[in-house]
Design a protein around this ligand. Structure first.
Ligand code: FAD
Length: 383
């Protein structure tokens, strides 16, 4: 489809990225799903290709590319058809590294951002805790100052990339409020436990326990006490990323379903000739296209430096809910084969479930949208 947003260079980027993901990454998916790990060589390869620092500064190895490159990147990352891989890569680049890129010191950028962009160090972002998820302000992990250090105590859970992460951008409670602190994964007192999940198997998800972990004050990202505002600000990017990944994933589900409908026969003809199934596909294609255009519009607002909280939340809400529906209705068209592990629709179905939970639940997205549309509440940019 012709789009006013993408120039020739974005189209070329899309093609070369798609070729790379298909030839170098996708052939390993079954292995990574079984091992529940993305090997370090794959991170390094993504870094070498420039795919982990698209929007980040050239000075630290990034591409400093406009946001439409990231839109293409996230769509294609979703389209390649492994939710766990998409989650791991997007959390690393757009969530964990993002804060260091925007508010970090030059020493932090040298130590964490540069190797992160190169794919030599893996990053995680830890906000959620066993007792607190949606209500970010209620987190309890504490960091107490002592002789130029912070002593961190508490727990985080459901943290993507955290089991293998070299560093974890962590939201902690300090005397001055909530603060972002970079905690090395191997710091003494950090204990990580890998969690078993329903889907997203390629990505590791961990619970982290901090017991008297000593972190230098120089690891504070930006200003102490500003962590909550940094997190709230970057949620717009996080929600857009989640929405764009879902749009790409839905494209791939519709594509493989369309193909199956031509191949599978019932009652002497391809199932794609049954009107009830054709019309279902037509409805789904229409809804996905509408969702994509909403995501592009919100992305355009983002490129105009608009603080598009409402639109980004709408994208996250709509895309993740629609992905569940698309995966479910498409799996139905595969009949019994849809339930079999060797069919990619099986993984797509499993991977689609978490979208309405991770990165802010649908209920929280609706609350934000309702506050902004019914109560006229406005939010301000921090960065
Ligand atoms: C696979 C996976 C990966 C994740 N990765 C990360 C990560 O990398 N980093 C990180 O920090 N977190 C991560 N999370 C955590 C995720 O962001 C949280 O699970 C999510 O924000 C919800 O928090 P919770 O699970 O504590 O649910 P709760 O906050 O306990 O909510 C439980 C239910 O109550 C509803 N609810 C809560 N408050 C309200 C309200 N005010 N109004 C209406 N309904 C409400 C929720 O919508 C939900 O349905 C991940 C989660 C998963 C499953």
């Amino acid at each position: 489809m012709i789009s006013p947003y993408f120039k020739e260079e974005h189209k070329l980027f899309r093609q070369s990225l798609r070729d790379f993901l298909r030839s170098e990454i996708a052939p390993h998916f079954d292995e990574w799903e079984a091992q529940q790990q993305i090997p370090r060589w794959a991170w390094a390869k993504m870094g070498e290709m420039g795919y982990l620092g698209l929007g980040h500064e050239e000075e630290y190895g990034g591409m400093d590319a406009d946001f439409w490159y990231s839109v293409v990147f996230l769509e294609e990352l979703g389209r390649i058809g492994n939710g766990g891989f998409g989650c791991a890569i997007s959390v690393h680049q757009y969530m964990a590294l993002n804060h260091i890129a925007r508010a970090g010191s030059s020493a932090q950028k040298e130590e964490f951002l540069r190797p992160g962009i190169a794919g030599k160090k893996i990053a995680a972002l830890a906000i959620s805790e066993p007792d607190v998820g949606s209500n970010v302000q209620g987190i309890r992990t504490s960091a107490t100052k002592a002789d130029g250090y912070f002593i961190v105590n508490g727990s985080k859970t459901f943290i993507s990339n955290a089991y293998y992460a070299d560093f974890i951008t962590t939201l902690v409670k300090t005397e001055s409020g909530l603060t972002l602190l970079i905690i090395p994964g191997d710091a003494p007192g950090v204990q990580r436990t890998k969690l078993k999940k329903m889907g997203w198997h390629s990505s590791d998800t961990a619970e982290i326990h901090f017991d008297q972990v000593k972190i230098p004050e120089s690891h504070v990202v930006g200003q102490e006490g500003m962590g909550f505002y940094y997190i709230m600000d970057s949620f717009q990017l996080e929600r857009l990323a989640g929405g764009l990944l879902a749009v790409g994933a839905m494209d791939s589900i519709l594509h493989l379903t369309g193909k199956y409908m031509q191949e599978r026969e019932a009652f002497g003809r391809p199932i794609g000739k049954f009107q009830v199934l054709r019309h279902r596909m037509a409805d789904l294609q229409t809804e996905v296209e509408a969702c994509r255009q909403l995501a592009y519009h919100a992305s355009w607002l983002f490129t105009q430096s608009q603080f598009a909280v409402k639109e980004a939340s709408m994208v996250k809400l709509h895309a993740s809910e629609l992905q569940k529906k698309v995966a479910d209705e498409c799996l139905q068209m595969f009949g019994g084969y849809g339930y079999m592990e060797e069919y990619p629709i099986c993984r797509a179905y499993r991977d689609s479930r978490v979208g309405t939970i991770a990165g802010g639940t649908s209920e929280i997205m609706r609350e934000i949208i309702a506050k902004m549309t019914l109560d006229d509440i406005k939010y301000d940019k921090v960065y």
